[in-house]
Design a protein around this ligand. Structure first.
Ligand code: SAM
Length: 287
């Protein structure tokens, strides 16, 4: 078991290397082998699998992933950490790449490193400031993941797994549920990181699946975004600008709502993915 699970070892390592954690890049290092084990177990990595890790930090998760996977590709934005990682992570099946994970084409990178279509899993203790764009990139990009296991802020995990009508329910919930089966694997206290962040975390497991609803994706998400843009408005009022954009009259909007079995005065935050799909299909009939 790697010493990187020990808070005192991590603090000593940082001191010896003259490294101070940078808040702007969300540098909170995991120092708990129980939580580490939960991430690795949830990722369910097979010996043939490749793994994409975002933000290896000091390498604690990287080393555990390397035990299970055929190959681990770890993208780290901070050149100071890349230097430390080169000494700490000596496993031959790990590639540490200095890069901004949001701005790299993952599929091209994997192919350039010899990937031949093996299953790919994403595993990461994500820097908080890029959680949503990173997850959207994983869901909508051209790389197909077998599983996505990420540690995120507790509040974001709640939003991802939220049901219609709850305060956390929104565009992120619907996007995650459109592309995947989502589950919170464990809640994680802030005390298991060095330095400790200001909020608690959670491990989320996303299992990608083909969409289960009929509406075309782009139109569906236009309707969803319009419905949540003004959360307090009724669905009818919230959709008026979009209807106008699509060249749909108010009568047609009312008819689409009726055909989808949705009351005009309800708020979008009460509608399920299936209801949004039904509404989108009926709105498109009017176009
Ligand atoms: N995986 C390590 C762990 O569990 O201890 C570190 C996790 S720390 C929460 C997030 C890591 O992501 C940091 O190492 C940070 O430098 C890195 N990072 C931040 N923004 C990044 C980006 N855009 N692309 C790649 N890495 C990034």
């Amino acid at each position: 078991m790697s010493k990187l699970n020990s808070p005192s070892y991590v603090m000593r390592l940082m001191q010896e290397r003259g490294f101070a954690a940078k808040k702007r890049w969300g540098q909170n290092f995991l120092v708990d082998k129980n939580i580490l084990g939960k991430i690795v177990e949830a990722a369910a990595i097979g010996s043939n699998d490749w793994v994409l890790e975002i933000g290896p930090g000091l390498g604690v998760l990287t080393k555990s992933l390397a035990v299970q996977a055929q190959k681990v590709i770890s993208l780290e934005i901070d050149s100071d950490l890349v230097q430390i990682l080169q000494d700490v992570v000596t496993e031959p099946n790990v590639e540490i790449i200095e890069a901004d994970a949001l701005h790299v084409n993952w599929k091209e990178l994997f192919t350039s490193l010899g990937w031949g279509g093996e299953p790919v899993r994403l595993a990461a203790n994500l820097p908080y400031y890029i959680t949503t764009p990173l997850i959207m990139k994983a869901l909508e990009g051209d790389m197909d993941f077998s599983t996505i296991v990420v540690m995120v802020q507790r509040e974001v995990a709640d939003r991802m797994a939220a049901s219609p009508g709850s305060k956390d329910y929104g565009v992120l919930s619907l996007a995650v549920q459109y592309y995947t089966n989502a589950a919170i694997v464990a809640n994680v206290p802030r005390t298991v990181f060095v330095p400790s962040p200001a909020v608690d975390s959670a491990i989320v497991k996303l299992e990608p699946q083909p969409p289960s609803v009929a509406a075309p994706r782009d139109e569906l998400f236009q309707v969803i975004r319009a419905s949540f843009q003004q959360r307090r408005k009724t669905i009818r009022n919230a959709l008026k600008p979009l209807a106008k954009n699509w060249g749909i009259t108010l009568e047609q909007l009312d008819m689409a709502l009726e055909r989808a079995g949705i009351e005009q005065n309800i708020r979008g935050e009460r509608l399920s993915l299936e209801e949004f799909s039904e509404l989108t299909v009926n709105l498109m009939i009017g176009v």
